[in-house]
Design a binder for this molecule. Structure first.
Ligand SMILES: C[S@@+](CC[C@H](N)C(=O)[O-])C[C@H]1O[C@@H](n2cnc3c(N)ncnc32)[C@H](O)[C@@H]1O
Length: 383
């Protein structure tokens, strides 16, 4: 009774009802919600906290962001769903919110495209730093299983590092990305190696140019957090043949374990105090919060790698950090770079390593009770 009353009290306020209606359409960050609601960040954060406490909403950190969405389970989730059914369909304020929501989502997609377009050349370089270890690709191959790889599509393929690795191992590979510059680079690299990979520019991972049930595996490396989760999951389900998994991976340096990463982040924060991407604890959820009620985790693992850098290549890595290259004006980026160069000269050898954590999740992209996969085929594919 008390739980129900708390949930009802939390929702009984106009902005908080609007928040429920907006977040029923997908997950958003506080700053995105600030734009949709036209209210200050502290106010929006307070409303969000009041809705999270009784379990109407759920929050989870994902890389550099904290996302909010409607809770999937529990008393709070049931109250939220019931209230949403009671909301007037034609309320003009809610209609305006949803228009703004579309605008904010479009902007998110455009920003991601612009960032990666501008960083296309240096992304391949940054990623190639990891290829000595081939850690990411190895993690994905391990996650995808030992049997025949079949047909695979790599979402947010970038310069195609994952796609090319799977093609080398005999999979029939397609790769899509929103950034034409990345796809050009991916095509060129595949052609140089004589690999047949079907790379395509797509409007978004949420709208891929492929027929239903075309693939045995869908992969997404270091990009799942940029996608609109609900829409991309629907697309992944459409693209997969029964029993096929979604494999996601992420990798990031570990500022709490690595002094170079820690000092570099401190420098970013000095120039860009609003940057929220730092101080990652290294915690990798066995079941990422976004999967609740939407997908189930078949297996996951993570491991650490000491990734080799030179002073020059680490400076390149840090210039491409979102808190630097994507947000600061050119002269501040140059100032940051000069300070970092001086720090590196004083503190590290010309060649050094930075500890990174790499994680992979093998997922059935269906709510557990709706999984249409063939359990026998799935057991055979297990890893
Ligand atoms: C960090 S890069 C990762 C590239 C590659 N998967 C890898 O592991 O090297 C993220 C990629 O996601 C792409 N991207 C971002 N939002 C996207 C979307 N909505 N649909 C498809 N691709 C997207 C970017 O253009 C970029 O190439």
């Amino acid at each position: 009774m008390e739980a129900l009353l708390s949930a009802l009290r939390a929702a009984a306020e106009p902005t908080r009802l609007r928040l429920l209606a907006i977040l029923a359409r997908g997950e958003l960050t506080v700053s995105e919600l600030t734009r949709v609601l036209h209210q200050s960040q502290p106010r929006v954060s307070r409303h969000l906290k009041l809705l999270c406490d009784p379990g109407l909403l759920q929050r989870w950190p994902e890389g550099a962001w904290v996302f909010y969405r409607l809770a999937e389970r529990g008393e709070g989730a049931r109250v939220a769903r019931t209230l949403l059914e009671l909301l007037p369909a034609a309320d003009p304020e809610l209609a305006r919110d949803l228009e703004w929501l579309e605008r904010v989502r479009r902007d998110r997609a455009e920003r991601a495209t612009a960032y990666f377009r501008d960083n296309a050349a240096c992304w391949d370089h940054i990623r190639s730093l990891y290829v000595g270890e081939a850690a990411v690709e190895r993690a994905m191959l391990k996650a995808a299983g030992k049997g025949a790889l079949g047909d695979l599509v790599d979402l947010g393929t970038g310069t195609g590092l994952v796609a090319r690795e799977f093609a080398r191992r005999g999979a029939g590979v397609s790769g899509i990305d929103v950034a034409p510059g990345q796809i050009d680079a991916a095509r060129q690299a595949a052609a140089d190696e004589g690999l047949a990979v079907d790379f395509a520019v797509a409007a978004a991972a949420e709208a891929c140019p492929f027929a239903d049930a075309s693939f045995d595996v869908v992969t997404a490396s270091q990009c799942w957090m940029y996608f609109d989760l609900g829409r991309t999951l629907a697309e992944v389900r459409r693209l997969l043949r029964p029993g096929g998994p979604l494999v996601t991976t992420h990798f990031s340096w570990l500022p709490r374990a690595d002094p170079v990463a820690r000092a570099s982040e401190a420098l970013v924060l000095r120039l860009n105090p609003a940057w929220q991407g730092g101080d990652w604890s290294g915690a990798v959820a066995a079941e990422p919060a976004w999967t609740a009620g939407r997908a189930s985790v078949r297996a996951m693992f993570w491991f650490d790698a000491d990734v080799p850098f030179t002073r020059e290549s680490w400076r390149g890595r840090m210039r491409a950090c979102r808190g630097v290259g994507a947000t600061l004006p050119a002269e501040q980026v140059a100032g940051f770079d000069a300070e970092l160069a001086a720090w590196l000269d004083d503190h590290v050898a010309p060649a050094f390593t930075v500890r990174h954590r790499i994680d992979a999740h093998l997922l059935d992209p269906w709510p557990p009770d709706q999984d249409p996969g063939d359990p026998v085929a799935r057991a055979r594919k297990g890893f």
